[in-house]
Design a protein. Structure first.
Length: 201
């Protein structure tokens, strides 16, 4: 795991010396069960390696700031029931992901002038996620919820992603839509859908 992360970090600075590099960003909704119950933003660099294929280092931040239901459990030691009340529980998940994607752009193989301004890409990537999951914990005693404390889970984990996008190019700029799924090797997975725009060589 450490060797893979080191190779990824060493590769990222070198992309800025490559020719025909595109730079883009996207922003939109992140899905933690529902497609629009969070938000995300992303920054990526596209580096062509051969016609129709590019590598794309990217940084993505995802977060869910809405209430989230947590199932209760029974504590067999002292006979008390620990429960998260969905009306009172406030929690959030957030993660910063650094990944390296391999993107295939099938329209690059066509010479039709009508689609020369259209860019469609799809691909998958691998990297790591720095994450923080937090929620407030309540204890239910005699039908009265009492605050216990905040439960937090933080760390670094492996991450994989898939994404696709559709862009329209004009001069040296582009604008489009993108969708994907991130953080689903060790995490539960977060969907993203949003608008993207950027600069091409």
């Amino acid at each position: 795991m450490k060797n893979k992360l080191l190779l990824l970090l060493l590769f990222i600075p070198n992309v800025f010396y490559a020719q025909d590099v595109s730079i883009g960003t996207s922003v939109g909704f992140a899905g933690y069960g529902s497609p629009v119950d969070g938000y995300y933003f992303s920054f990526n660099v596209g580096v062509p390696i051969i016609k129709g294929i590019e590598v794309s280092p990217n940084f993505t931040f995802v977060s869910n700031l809405k209430n989230k239901p947590i199932e209760y459990y029974w504590n067999s030691i002292d006979g008390e029931q620990y429960i998260i009340n969905t009306e009172k529980a406030h929690g959030n998940d957030m993660a910063g992901l650094i990944e390296l994607d391999l993107i295939v752009k099938p329209f690059a193989y066509f010479r039709n002038k009508k689609i020369s301004s259209i860019d469609f890409g799809m691909g998958a990537g691998y990297g790591f996620s720095v994450y923080s999951d937090n929620y407030y914990n309540y204890r239910d005693i005699n039908a009265t919820s009492q605050f216990v404390g905040t439960i937090s889970k933080n760390g670094v984990r492996s991450s994989a992603s898939v994404r696709l996008y559709y862009n329209y190019h004009f001069k040296k700029y582009y604008v489009g839509i993108t969708a994907g799924m991130h953080d689903f090797i060790e995490g539960e997975g977060v969907s993203t859908i949003g608008l993207q725009f950027g600069i091409t060589p």
